[in-house]
Design a protein around this ligand. Structure first.
Ligand code: FPP
Length: 242
């Protein structure tokens, strides 16, 4: 039992995941790419529930990047449809598990019906006090930094008053701890414009597992690997991860 090896005193507070490999999963089965996304929903469900059970405070999943608009229209509309369906079918589970749902990204550019669905899920779960589940949608790390700079200017922040902490308060993730652990599936060694500011000190864990195959066991393996790392934050202290 992998869960017995987990040290609950040294859990990552925030886990961020780049869900990659849906297309390859489908290709291996001679299926259209969208079938990979469809299968990816089961992995999302399992991961959200496992993370909540483990007591993770924040889970952030990368569902759609600003760059993803370059994909074929049919693939994009399937992704949006899947998202909508996911929210409808999972809202109850989110509420039962006390999970608060949030969107990070340029939500205003999404279709109205998708925005309505997202807002409804955010409103319904707003009072939940358990795990915070961020979904990154129409998200780009650089875009987020630009948006934060704009907000800071709009707020009339004077240059001398701007420091890292202040700047963070204008990011989509204001008030949240930075990710301690960044997981990427399907073996790619890239950050792909994800949470660029926030992952400054994150431990990166890459698994060959394709996203649709990712389950509880894989999340536990990532947490165990994280717990074996030394985190130094640029210093020399030799204490193990938290
Ligand atoms: C990457 O696989 C995955 C995506 C671009 C989308 C991830 C979305 C989902 C799992 C479904 C919707 C999400 C939620 C939270 C309901 P890829 O297509 O880039 O795979 P490839 O690199 O193998 O081509």
């Amino acid at each position: 039992m992998l869960v017995r090896q987990v040290n609950f005193e040294r859990m990552p507070e925030h886990i961020a995941i780049i869900m990659d490999g849906n297309g390859r999963w489908a290709a291996q089965r001679h299926l259209p790419r969208v079938e990979g996304h469809r299968a990816g929903i089961d992995a999302v469900r399992d991961t959200v529930e496992t993370a909540a059970r483990l007591g993770i405070k924040v889970l952030t999943l990368y569902a759609f990047s600003i760059e993803n608009w370059k994909r074929p229209a049919a693939e994009i509309s399937t992704l949006m449809m899947l998202l909508k369906r996911y929210l409808r079918s999972e809202l109850k589970t989110l509420l039962t598990n006390d999970i608060r749902f949030r969107v990070i990204g340029r939500m205003d550019d999404l279709a109205d019906d998708i925005q309505d669905e997202l807002r409804a899920a955010m409103n319904r779960t707003a009072d939940d006090t358990g795990m915070l589940f961020n979904i990154a949608l129409n998200y780009g790390g650089r875009a987020e930094i630009v948006d934060a700079a704009r907000l800071a200017i709009e707020a009339g922040i004077r240059p001398d008053d701007l420091d890292e902490q202040k700047f963070s308060s204008f990011l989509y993730t204001a008030g949240q701890p930075d990710p301690d652990l960044l997981i990427r599936t399907s073996g790619e060694m890239r950050v792909s414009n994800y949470l660029l500011w926030q992952i400054a000190y994150a431990e990166i864990y890459v698994t060959e597992t394709l996203w649709p195959d990712f389950r509880r066991r894989h999340l536990l393996e990532a947490v165990l690997a994280y717990q074996k790392r030394e985190r130094r934050y640029g210093g020399i202290n030799i204490a193990r991860a938290k």
